[in-house]
Ligand binder design. Sequence first.
Ligand code: PLP
Length: 395
Amino acid sequence: MSLSDRIVGLAPSATMAVDAKAKALRAAGESVIGFAAGEPDFPTPAHIVDAAQRAAADPAMHRYSPAAGLGELREAIAERARRDGLDVTADMVVVTNGGKHALYNVFMALIGPGDEVLMPAPYWVSYPEQIGLAGGTCVPVLADATTRFRVSVEQLEAARTPRTKALVFVSPSNPTGAVYPPDEVAAIGRWAAEHGIWVITDEIYRELVYGDATFSSVPVMAPDAAARTIIVDGVAKTYAMTGWRVGWSIAPNEISAGIAKLQTQLCSNVNNVAQMAVVAALTGPQDAVAEMRTAFDRRRRTAHRLLAAIDGLEVVEPEGAFYVYPDVRGLMGRTIAGRTVTTSLELADVLLDAAKVAVVPGEGFGSEASFRLSYALSDADLEEGISRIADVLAR
Ligand code: PLP
């Protein structure tokens, strides 16, 4: 065996694995509807693409630039945080190759062997793997449909030990679409501050909240927690820019200097052209964001209505991001398309084979009895895909 233990022990991304299988079936001529990938189906807004084209023609953009990000972009990110009411300067910002890379940097900079990280579950697939790569231990804290997939301070407190170094907080959440109301965000932030626990708050879905739900940020709601809070964000979801690969972290100076140092050895600067596109995204018109949000909201309501009508699924109406997370316990033990299904992994496999629909089984998110659908696909595909699921389950 030549591979290091580190890589042998790493789980491949469950969402990317399903998406790859669906794309392979599609390439083989099958009409597969993909609910697996967490990416908007819209093109990146034109003014952002134009800014990238201008940047690509500028020779200054053809050179190495500061590893922590272009000054213009770091300032634009800091300015947005100041508009939220936070005391943020550009040197607290490190620009990264997507939010995923920002999270990896943060775990590497903050977490080491022996450190425990509290992880509200169901959780996004990459957190535990990245924490493991940093040598830390992920401690899941499971929430379920009875609290609309939100953990309480009491649950966090019960999981706290002298080794608890950090909490990962994500609202709106992937995979559940849960959004914590302001008072719960404030209470969690106060609890973390009281116990000297770092909060890594993943705000990548902050613009995607619906109905009466509102986004609230931990350091804004609980200023006492700000000195130990790291914000992770990016443009992938808000501006339909998944392929551009730009995210960032905002951290207190000591941590951000550590992250920047890591980046000088790891990857140097993020692609300059993509960074200039993000300056345009953050400082330009925001109309496209509102339009996409309206489309996602419409699809959210459709997805919830159609899934809730299927016998055997229990569905909490999601309030943010673009995911719905039905509970499938009612289907366990049933024979579906000739196969007896006992896990959500098997169910997802049957749905892909028999309905030609790709969903991500709950196992990868730390909660087995569910699956995740992304509703960031066209209205027509959304309806067709769910009706295929309903047909196969009714057989
Ligand atoms: N955080 C969460 C909760 C996500 O769902 C994702 C992407 O799926 C990311 C971070 C990373 O996004 P990206 O690396 O594309 O910026």
